[in-house]
Design a binder for this molecule. Structure first.
Ligand code: ZN
Ligand code: ZN
Length: 372
């Protein structure tokens, strides 16, 4: 223990705090994110301080990095990026009470526990929050946009957004809980039942998860349309029935052939492009449902006449609502291997490199940054 000038012992806590710096990757402007050294944050009364063990690079992070936008919202100045993570609890806020308000919140979270978290932070007060529909909260916030995210050595997170990671789930698996939970939400939203036929357009990490969850949920068959060869192979390796390259095969012709000219019951659009949204409508049968998972960068124009005369439903999907528990169980029981999508792991220090690699597409699918 150090001595202060008057010879008194310096309390150990003070000694430690003077060294509480950490690195974080912050968004400054479009295509301008930088590694900075900043103070380690302190948890507010209802927050946890966690050490990030691993964090995933998501398409949303890339969109924020290049466009400075998350579904119409600009990031706050110098926000720390990242939102998919697993962390170890270092400190628990003074007023945190673990209760059953959210089913995903475990009463067993304590210092040293590993947690993952729903990165959307609802206000808890609006009409939708009070109805238990927090994912449609009017004032919803987002890690890496409206509050500092997980591309850092430490972060704070509201305790009621956290879920305990079971001991049998590795850090690499735990990073996949949040995106898998979003896929579970998408399948819930589709109201699919056993025997439904399914098309998934776009097999990035989210499309892969959606296809797998739909398959597990009893789809009669799942067709995946994806131009990237590695992603197509990945989908096949994960048990998807039929994959195709839309540059080579006509999706609509393939689907009509498989369904005797009727179309599939449910289509998940996970690419977010005008052209693929049109395709989603074209391959879905009258009375069927299109779940819009991909987020277009701008307004899109679509042919609505088939939607009207075929009584199609186009269903929105956002974040999760009570889906973390399902995702954790699917991973814990090994029904879904989320690590099969991870093509690269690299140290947190290389976050910028990781984002650029993810943007290149090609051989990269899911990139995970580690800090353990
Ligand atoms: Zn994400
Ligand atoms: Zn709200």
């Amino acid at each position: 223990m150090k001595k202060c000038p008057r010879g008194y012992d310096v309390p150990q806590r003070f000694e430690k705090e003077t060294y509480m710096k950490m690195i974080a990757f912050k968004y400054f402007a479009n295509n301008d994110a930088r590694k900075v050294e900043i103070e380690r944050p302190k948890p507010g009364p209802d927050e946890l301080l966690v050490k990030i063990l691993a964090t995933g690079v998501c398409g949303t992070d890339l969109h924020i990095y290049t466009h400075g936008d998350w579904i119409g919202k600009a990031p706050i100045p110098e926000v720390t990026m990242g939102h998919e993570f697993v962390g170890e609890v270092i400190e628990i806020g003074s007023e945190v009470e673990f209760n059953q308000k959210y089913p995903q919140v475990s009463v067993d979270i304590r210092v040293g526990s590993r947690i993952c978290a729903e990165p959307h932070i609802p206000c808890g007060k609006c009409y939708w929050c009070l109805r238990g529909e927090e994912n449609t909260c009017a004032e919803i916030g987002h890690l890496g946009v409206s509050m500092d995210g997980s591309f850092a050595e430490y972060m704070v997170i509201p305790a009621d957004r956290c879920s305990l990671v079971p001991d049998s789930v590795s850090n690499l698996e735990a990073v996949g809980i949040e995106p898998l939970a979003c896929a579970v939400r998408a399948v819930h939203r589709s109201r699919m039942t056993i025997g439904n036929s399914v098309v998934v357009i776009g097999a990035g990490p989210m499309g892969q998860h959606v296809a797998r969850v739909a398959s597990l949920s009893g789809a009669s068959f799942v067709v995946v349309s994806e131009p990237n060869a590695r992603r197509r192979q990945m989908a096949l390796d994960n048990g998807i029935d039929r994959v195709l390259d839309p540059a080579v095969e006509d999706l609509e012709a393939v689907v009509m052939n498989l369904t005797n000219g009727i179309g599939v019951d449910i289509t998940f659009e996970v690419a977010g492009l005008s052209e693929t949204i049109e395709q989603a409508i074209a391959v879905t049968r009258p009375g069927g449902r299109v779940v819009q998972v991909g987020v277009p960068t701008d307004k899109v124009t679509i042919e609505l006449r088939k939607v009207i005369i075929g009584e199609l439903e186009i269903i929105g999907e956002h974040a999760t609502q009570w889906d973390f528990g399902t995702a954790i169980e699917m991973i814990e029981s090994k029904k879904v291997d989320v690590t099969s999508l991870v093509t690269h792991t690299m140290p947190l220090e290389k976050a910028l490199e990781g984002m650029h690699l993810a943007m290149e597409g090609g051989e990269s699918v899911k990139i995970v940054l580690t800090n353990d």
